[in-house]
Design a protein around this ligand. Structure first.
Ligand code: C5P
Length: 236
């Protein structure tokens, strides 16, 4: 049971207020994206990885010429305007250029999530491989969730917390289904902040696989300190 991995890495990371996109910031001796890739590079189920990169991105070129140069199964696709466009470009590259079969499982994982653990990848693969509707890593919400009134910062009501989950990545689906779902969602102008939302809008109900809450997305400066702690902890 094999799969492919797609890494959207074409964002600018404006909220980090750094001098370069967040996936290239230094983190425990490497860049963020090298930690992210590490989990997949040596995984026996992973056939290869397609990374969506912005046009003219000098940092990726440097990595592929140096630390990533020995990996022959790492490919590059052009990034798009939104995350979903970047993912779709990478899926099209898999289907059209690499001629990967439409029934093949694909894991989509944010470049900005460097603390993904091997056990979580294995759990997602075990629970998601036979699942045609898809599967995602997620963690149950712990805080009380408020819905604001439209256009105000006053509380409209409290959401029922029971049954609410944070969606993480990787998110897993069959190549052909995910291409169709993302194409449909983008054509309809629907909001697609993850793969599952495109699948949902396509009438599918992916399964929630409970993952590790340490699989955070680097978004703001404090997240780097947290990721540093988690990676050091995992190394010990
Ligand atoms: O901005 P956000 O944190 O939601 O980005 C999640 C992931 O999607 C990041 O790894 C980022 O590089 C990627 N992305 C992309 N193409 C875009 C926007 C974001 O590949 N146009």
């Amino acid at each position: 049971n094999k799969c492919w991995v797609v890494i959207p890495a074409a964002g600018v990371g404006a909220r980090m207020q750094a001098d370069r996109p967040k996936q290239y910031l230094p983190l425990v001796g490497k860049t963020v994206i090298e930690h992210t890739l590490a989990c997949f590079l040596e995984h026996p189920a992973v056939v290869g990885i397609v990374v969506a990169i912005s046009e003219g991105d000098p940092y990726w070129a440097e990595l592929t010429a140096t630390t990533l140069s020995e990996w022959e199964n790492v490919y590059t696709a052009p990034g798009g305007r939104e995350r979903a466009d970047s993912v779709l470009n990478a899926l099209d590259y898999l289907a059209n250029t690499l001629q990967v079969n439409a029934d093949t499982s694909v894991l989509v994982h944010d470049a900005a999530r460097p603390c993904l653990s091997r056990p979580d990848v294995d759990k997602l693969l075990a629970e998601g491989m036979e699942e045609t509707a898809g599967a995602i890593l997620a963690v149950p919400v712990r805080d009380t969730m408020k819905r604001a009134q439209l256009d105000t910062q006053r509380i409209a009501h409290t959401e029922e917390r029971n049954g609410l989950w944070h969606a993480l990545t990787p998110q897993m689906a069959r190549l052909g289904v995910l291409q169709d779902a993302l194409t449909h969602a983008l054509q309809m102008g629907l909001s697609v902040t993850d793969e599952a939302s495109a699948l949902e809008q396509f009438g599918l109900h992916p399964i929630l696989v409970e993952g590790d809450a340490r699989n955070i997305k680097i978004t703001r400066p404090a997240d780097l300190a947290l990721a540093t702690f988690f990676l050091m902890e995992a190394a010990n």
